[in-house]
Every structure is written in C-alpha cells, then in structure tokens.
Design a protein around this ligand. Structure first.
Ligand code: UDP
Ligand code: MG
Length: 318
C-alpha cells in the first residue's frame, strides 16, 4: 500500500504565543510518520492565518522559509474558526497541493497529537472520516465543560446527527472534502454537516489537554454564534416550539374568556385593569420572541441566497 499524502491543517488566530511551541511538535510528528512509512514524504503542514492582528503571519512565513514542510495560507480578514478550517481543507486537497487526506487540529494542540497515528491507522482500516472524541474534559473549566456538553446534548434532542463531544479534530479523505465543498451554505457548522455526508467513519478517544500558551480565541460571542448556527442551520424544532406556545396561549385565552363571562354574569366584572396590563405586556413579549426566532431563519435565507464566497486567499505559500 502506498502511503497517503497527508496535510495537517491548523487554523491560527492571534497565536503568536502558541505557534512557536506547536510548530516544532507538528514538524517532528510529520517526520516520524514519514520515517515510519505511514505517510508520504511530501506530506505537509498548512497553517491558516485567520486575519490575525499580531505576528502570527510573519511567524508562519518564517517557518515556511526554514522548513519546506510548513505551508501557509493567509486569509484577508478574520472569517472565524469554521471558515478558516474550510479554507485550509479545500486548499490542501486542491491542485497543486493535492493532499490525499487532511487532519484538522487547533494550533493550541489541546487535542493530543498522539491520536494522529491512530487516525491514520483507522484510515488504512477503511475509514474515510475519523472523529476525535473528547472522552475527558478535565482540563476545561467547569463552565466550558458544562456549556459545551449541554450544547451537544441539546443538539441531539433537536435531531442533529452530531458526534457527542467531537469538536473539529478530524481526519478526512479528499473525496469527503470534495463532497463537503458541495454544501454551499455560509452559516458553516462543520460538526453538523460532516456526519450528513456519510462515508465509512470511526472515532478515536482523546483526553483534552490544557492550552499551553496564549488565551482562548473563542470569545463568548463567538461561542454563542457557533451555538446558534449549529441549531438554526440544521433544525426547525424551535419553530415547532413557537407553534406549541401559540397553542398553550389559546388555551389560556379560552380559560380567561370563561372567567370573564362568569364574572359578568355574577356582576363582579369591574376590577381588571391590572390583569389587562399584564396580558398586554406578556403577550407582546412572547410575540416579539416569536418574531425574533422566525427572523433568525429569514436572516439565514437572506444570507444564503447571496451565495457569497466564503473566504478570499491573500497569499498561498507552497
Ligand atoms: N481560531 C480561528 N479563528 C477565530 C477564532 C479561533 O482560526 O476567529 C482558531 C484558534 O487559533 C485555534 C482554534 O481556532 O487554533 C480554536 O480556538 P481556541 O483554542 O481559542 O478555542 P477553545 O479551545 O478555547 O474552544
Ligand atoms: Mg483551544
């Protein structure tokens, strides 16, 4: 069996502290895998600079100069983790780089490198997609662990076909990435799309490590955006929730109607200003929430119909 040409794609956003630590480890890993005959000698690393404002790109260019195995992709602005990964994967499998397979890994190496040989073994055993699954998140803060795990559970309840506790540490062959490219949506949520593509897949268990340097680049805002995208891009269950709420409101209205009629018949119907005010505000509030939720979907339709390009490459070192 000829060894595959592997590309390891790492998105980098303001990672000047982390990159000098991760790059030597990744280079050594590629060397070891080549020496072991698991991957082809022309395998490479592809660092994707996601519009960093610090020295990240100059570090990547320098790595490229010193180590031919390091390639770099400079995006013209910050497009976010998901789009940066997509840019890296597509460039890695397209000519002239033409990698046979890609592993995506965050540059902070919180997902352990030791899993990579296992992923490659799983490929030789017949998998097109190998998901890294976090079996332990001990190193994450309580809040991060709690919010992340609740989110994965909520997704499962809403009917998404996601892999529990899998983030974007993943092995994919070229043919799966070419299929992925056919998904034209701009609200990219890879963890939701990739299981939909199918192909033989397997998982490797990993223990998530702590970030060695630099801070998390996933601000609360970025995390919430990802969570909303993950749900509204794949599930219409929230709309059914609105329908159910509407039904309950009608039932309540009927009950109030009966109460009003009974009070009228009994001649006790004057008091009522407070209940009226309450209803107006409550119902108004719920209507606004409902309109807002529908608006989320309409907003998506609006963006999708534009078919805007997902990213623009500024420089491509190879
Ligand atoms: N990242 C990116 N663009 C962004 C935010 C993050 O490319 O807008 C990259 C970042 O450099 C890192 C990965 O995405 O390689 C995951 O980010 P981070 O480790 O900060 O997130 P966490 O592990 O805390 O969820
Ligand atoms: Mg991280």
């Amino acid at each position: 069996m000829t060894p595959i040409r592997l590309a390891i794609v790492a998105p980098c956003y303001n990672e000047e502290d982390m990159l000098p630590i991760s790059a030597p480890k990744l280079i050594a890993l590629i060397d070891d895998l080549v020496a072991a005959g698991k991957i082809a000698p022309d395998s490479f690393l592809l660092f994707v600079n996601d519009g960093s404002r610090d020295r990240t790109w100059s570090i990547i260019s320098d790595l490229h100069r010193r180590f031919p195995v390091c390639h770099g992709l400079d995006l013209s602005r910050n497009v976010g983790h998901q789009n940066a990964i997509m840019a890296g994967m597509i460039s890695a499998v397209s000519a002239p780089e033409s990698a046979d397979a890609v592993i995506t890994i965050d540059v902070d190496l919180q997902d352990p490198l030791e899993c990579i040989p296992e992923m490659i073994d799983a490929y030789y055993a017949g998998s097109d997609v190998v998901y890294g699954v976090r079996s332990s998140r001990e190193s994450d803060s309580f809040m991060k662990r709690f919010t992340a795990e609740s989110f994965y559970k909520l997704q499962a309840r809403l009917g998404l076909k996601t892999i529990y506790n899998h983030a974007d540490f993943r092995f994919m062959t070229r043919r799966v990435i070419l299929e992925l490219e056919k998904y034209e949506e701009r609200n990219l949520y890879l963890r939701g799309i990739i299981p939909m593509i199918g192909f033989p897949s397997s998982t490797v268990e990993e223990v998530r490590a702590e970030r060695e340097a630099g801070e998390t680049k996933y601000t609360l805002k970025k995390m919430l955006t990802l969570a909303f995208d993950g749900i509204t891009s794949f599930s219409v269950t929230p709309i059914y929730g609105i329908l159910a709420m509407g039904g309950i409101f009608i039932l309540i209205a009927i009950a109030i109607g009966i109460y009003v009629i009974v009070s009228l018949v009994n001649g006790t119907a004057v008091h009522g200003w407070s209940s009226l005010m309450l209803s107006i505000w409550l119902v108004g509030g719920f209507i606004l929430i409902a309109i807002g939720l529908v608006g989320l979907y309409v907003g998506k339709v609006y963006i999708e119909t534009k078919h805007r390009p997902r990213y623009h490459i500024q420089t491509h070192l190879r």
